[in-house]
Design a protein around this ligand. Sequence first.
Ligand code: SMG
Ligand code: MG
Length: 369
Amino acid sequence: MKLEAVELIRLNVPLKSAFRTSFSSVNTHEVVWAHAITDSGEGWAECGANDRPDYSSEYHTGAMAVLKQFMLPDLFALGNDLTAESVTPTLEWIKGHRMAKAAIETALLDAQLRAANTSFATYLGATKTKVPAGVSVGIMDSLPELMEYVERYLNEGYVRIKLKIEPGWDYEPVKLVRETYGDDLLLQVDANTAYTRNDFDLLKRLDEFNLLLIEQPINEEDMLGHAKLADYIETPVCLDETIISADIARDAIELGAAEIINIKPSRVGGYLESKKIHDVSVANNIPVWCGGMLETGIGRAANLALAAMPGFTLPGDTSASSRYFEVDTTTPFVLVDGHIDVPTGPGIGVDPIAEIVDRYAVSREWIKA
Ligand code: SMG
Ligand code: MG
């Protein structure tokens, strides 16, 4: 196929409630979409970059800039030789910027699969038609407020609770949730790098709560530190931010730094690299699950297809649209008996609703070949 133009759309989508992590609190999902126009049809993708470089080094205006200045010109230059599979090799000379790469690769994969009348799920080798949904619960101002949200999500049917933690908001909230709901609740925590090598004893105290995993407790560059921690505590160590490629995943597994892996296609440069991480994890008996970046329906649809692959044996952060938004940008994804259906239509299987996109778009720019 041939890439003719790309529309970069910036959207500010209001969240139902603030989402607080150890690094930020957001009320609005500020995000960029790539809308690719090819000679065989169009494709859509949501870029995982936040508005600020707080989760990783990427941020949305940076992603738009690198797409415009470096990535799109190289992809336009491929002419008729462009395929979704050729994006990574073509852009390999560009260091980093994986979220920007993922956005354009995914939009092109969507276009390619729509044209071939094939779904993401089929392309990726998904084996499930619906996936169990967990929910990520932000840091709250108080324990009663936390319990209100946890109670609500459990009543809605979420099968696993993830608590965001940071120093000062760890032992007590985890203890309260565990004691309130008992040992059967699937419970895990995510620190987003908020701790250091000096906190290992503190993190060891969480062992008593029989957590599924602790996600990214310390600095993303400290793989050895995670391996030492994994030796020191009983709770399995799961890596998120550290795992930016299949090669890094392989190393983290070999070093004992990753006992479980969170796969986010945006973080690793797209769905093709995600599949490689899935495969290396499966080959090493490492469970994986699908992470999230508060995606609207456009990003969520493709994540659900990924989460339906056989190695995804733990519930993901792929919650229903209503967890995040009053109004999603696509037909909403709904929770039924703790599961969400994997889209079956061509490509990502959902379309943006023009009127909603118009409502939330703050800028739209066309870049042409
Ligand atoms: O999409 O439900 C979601 C959010 C899941 O906790 C979540 N994501 O580190 O795993 C993570 C965080 C990053 C959020 S940045 C907005
Ligand atoms: Mg995480």
